[in-house]
Each structure stands twice: as C-alpha cells, then as structure tokens.
Design a protein around this ligand. Structure first.
Ligand SMILES: [Mg+2]
Length: 228
C-alpha cells in the first residue's frame, strides 16, 4: 500500500529530542549559575525515561514528574534553588530547541504535494506549542494534537480516533502512523485500526511484530508513499 495520509510523532521522530534536552538542560543550569558535571546528561536521561514510564502507566501525574525530575537533578549536582522556577526555565529553554532530525525537512518537502500530514505528540503544551509555532516545518501539518490538551495520551485509542476525525479520515489501514516509541506509536496505532511504521532511530531490537514497516532513516518514508 502507498500511503497519502500520514500521522507523525514529534519527539525523536521529527525533532532531535535528545539534543534538545541536552542543550536546554545546559542552558538552564547556566541561567542559575549551577554546575553541569559530565555525567549529568546520562543520569538525567535514565531518570527521565523512568519517570515518563511511570506517567505512561498512570503511577504519577505530570506535576509529580516535573517536580521529581528537578529534585533528582538538584540531588545529583548537590544544589538547591527554586524547583518550580528551575522547571519552568527548563521547559522554556526546551521550547526553543526545534532541532530537526536528519532528512526531515527535505523528506517533508517532497511528501507535501502528495500527502496529508498531521502530528500527535505526548509532550507538554508549554513546550510543544511554541516549538511548533517557531519551527520551519509547521506549514506541512494541518493539525497537531497534544496529549496534555486533549486529556488522552498515546497509546490510547481516543487520541488516534480524535486525530483522524480532525483530518476527516476514517481510522483505518490507509492511515500511516510514524513514530519511534513502540508501545505508544506503533502498538497504539495498530490497536486503533491504523497502519504503523516504526522509526527505529536508535536501532533497537524487538521480538514484537506489530509494526507494518520499519525505517531507520527518515527519508525511507519516500518509498512507503510511492515517491521513490
Ligand atoms: Mg517520540
């Protein structure tokens, strides 16, 4: 099947989120004149992934995530400053980091005349809205749906079906979801009746066979849409 209805995840699918996190965290520490030890980024990523998993499983809410994340950083670097102010500054910095992954801009430019495209992201409104509004790729997407605003997050069917409704699409296999997160993007889309392309950006291994397609570079989407 050649697709012309495509939904994209945002972080680590269109945007280089790992780079964004590193830059935002470094700038925030600088803003508060706090130290940035060499191992902080690794520590932060590991801790942050764990917190987002707890959020996914509804063990904590978003406010708790933000608070624990900041507290863990402070404990790690032995600093104390206003945690809410720090968290706010970090998200403000993150919203300015609209780094695209390789091939995204060129590929979207080629897809645009042939495909209808939108975004579903599980991110925070405070980060996603300004970042999309400032981004050079904004014009390619008719809608972007943010989980925090909608009240449902991927992999819930509600957010996929709501997004298809917005685009005037039937939620069926003609719609392709493209994302890096196997559970949220791939399994969420499949359970909602859509087709799924796993963007295996980090060359992970899986025994799961839920995905219809797997790509490792963004420009491989051109062949899925019949453009090469
Ligand atoms: Mg992602």
């Amino acid at each position: 099947m050649k697709y012309n209805k495509v939904i994209f995840d945002a972080d680590n699918t269109l945007f280089d989120f790992n780079r964004a996190e590193a830059v935002a965290l470094t700038n925030t520490l600088k803003h508060f004149a706090l130290p940035c030890p060499d191992d902080l980024m690794d520590f932060y990523r590991q801790m942050n992934v764990g917190l987002w998993q707890q959020l996914d499983q509804q063990e904590i809410d978003i406010k708790t995530l933000k608070h624990r994340r900041t507290q863990a950083i402070f404990n790690h670097i032995g600093a104390s400053t206003d945690a809410d102010e720090f968290a706010h500054q970090y998200l403000t910095q993150l919203a300015q980091c609209d780094f695209l992954l390789p091939g995204v801009s060129e590929t979207l430019t080629r897809l645009e005349p042939h495909c209808h495209m939108m975004i579903i992201t599980n991110g925070l409104s405070q980060v996603q809205q300004p970042r999309m509004n400032n981004s050079s790729i904004k014009g390619f997407f008719k809608h972007w749906v943010i989980s925090e605003e909608m009240g449902h997050a991927k992999p819930a069917k509600e957010i996929f079906h709501h997004s298809c409704d917005l685009m005037g699409w039937q939620a069926n296999q003609e719609v392709l979801m493209v994302g890096d997160n196997y559970r949220c993007d791939v399994q969420g889309a499949k359970a909602s009746g859509l087709s799924a392309c796993w963007f295996n950006l980090f060359h992970q291994k899986t025994d799961s066979t839920d995905h219809d397609h797997e790509i490792r570079h963004f420009n491989e989407l051109l062949s899925l849409t019949g453009l090469c």
